[in-house]
Design a binder for this molecule. Structure first.
Ligand code: SAM
Ligand code: SF4
Ligand code: SF4
Length: 336
């Protein structure tokens, strides 16, 4: 394996692969209905990378130092036979971790199959515990109980601990922060609050919609005292805390108020095979064209190394309060 560093000496360690740009939710902060309506042109099937293409790409990334892969989307469980892809990726020697981020809507029926195929970890997004607030976030009225059933199924399948991601939007679901904390305290699962980010250009992001992580931690700490924990590894995006009474762990992802670009080691591949070196990038590098033009493994590896070596992204460190006027790729296309 040959490690590659970018222009800011950051290694390439993690790969996030979007397997579809479609979703059965319309979270207002990600796929607002006004844009992603009936007429929205999602990618046609032939433009999606096949499982074989994804596996070949992942093998090439693995030769450059990647050991962790996360499948995302859109909603990854909408991609048929996803467990086959999980098994193919888990079969790559250097890949030690195959994870999934899902809205949990179809997890109850699939958790065991995914675990049996080699999935190592699952993150379930859940923004509220009451149906009314959850509906205000996902905008399709999906019941909370079915997502909780998905989390239970993941636990039963041995995908533990389950991480639960909650995006906090001021005035919409911030009243439920302590209720979420209370629900997952002592469950063995790890709840993480995410600051609402200005990804894409369609969600109408404003700085005053962001609830800073420090405010979230202060609110929880007031009810149940917290103590900070060391990161599990260099470059971990969540700041970790433990409940002083022993009820487990909680985290915050402060991408807006405390950017972590200096340790960002993530590459992202969209469902149609474009490589993005930053969540906020305006343009990707077309790997599908290279794959389909018959490039050999050496040519593919050389291209990946050249792209990563050139990388200088640090968008969150440079962000200013009004960023939505700049072209940026949508979260549902690139994956979280
Ligand atoms: N559909 C899956 C899900 O929701 O978990 C996977 C894809 S989704 C784009 C990945 C993650 O990005 C989710 O946890 C979601 O809450 C988060 N996300 C989407 N838009 C966001 C935004 N504007 N700010 C912060 N997080 C966001
Ligand atoms: Fe779908 Fe996930 Fe985006 Fe919500 S955050 S619209 S569930 S892709
Ligand atoms: Fe990484 Fe870009 Fe996010 Fe900075 S803004 S942490 S470089 S994805």
């Amino acid at each position: 394996m040959r490690r590659v560093l970018d222009s800011r000496s950051r290694p390439l360690r993690d790969l996030r692969i979007s397997v579809t740009d479609r979703c059965n939710f319309r979270c207002t902060y990600c796929m607002p209905k006004e844009i992603f309506g009936r007429d929205f042109a999602f990618l046609p099937r032939e433009q999606l990378l096949t499982f074989e293409e994804i596996t070949r790409l992942t093998r090439t990334f693995a030769c450059q130092g990647v050991s962790k892969v996360r499948l995302t989307g859109g909603e990854p469980l909408l991609r048929r036979d996803l467990e086959q892809l999980v098994a193919m990726l888990a079969g790559i020697d250097e890949i030690t971790d195959v994870a999934l981020t899902t809205n949990g809507s179809a997890l109850a029926g699939k958790a065991k199959t995914l675990k049996d195929a080699g999935l190592t970890r699952v993150t379930v997004s859940l923004d509220a515990l009451d149906d009314q607030t959850f509906a205000a976030m996902n905008d399709v009225g999906f019941p909370v109980a079915r997502v909780l059933a998905g989390i239970d199924a993941a636990r039963a399948a041995g995908l533990v601990p389950v991480k639960v991601n909650t995006v906090v939007k001021r005035g919409v679901n911030d009243h439920g922060i302590t209720e979420m904390a209370d629900h997952f305290r002592g469950s063995g699962h790890i709840l993480r609050f995410i600051e609402y980010m200005d990804v894409g250009t369609t969600n109408g992001w404003r700085m005053d919609h962001v609830v800073p992580a420090a405010e979230i931690i202060a609110a929880i700490n007031e009810r149940w005292p917290l103590a900070p924990l060391e990161p599990n590894y260099a470059g971990e995006v969540a700041s970790r805390y433990r409940y002083r009474d022993g009820a487990g762990e909680i985290g915050v992802i402060a991408s807006v108020t405390q950017p972590f670009c200096s340790a960002c080691s993530r590459a992202r591949v969209s469902a149609d095979g474009k490589l993005y070196t930053c969540l906020f990038a305006a343009q990707g590098h077309d790997l599908r064209a290279l794959l389909r033009s018959g490039a050999n493994d050496h040519e593919l590896a050389t291209r990946l190394r050249a792209i990563w070596s050139d990388r200088a992204d640090r968008y969150s460190e440079l962000r200013h309060s009004n960023t939505t006027d700049r072209p940026k790729i949508e979260m549902s296309y690139i994956g979280g």
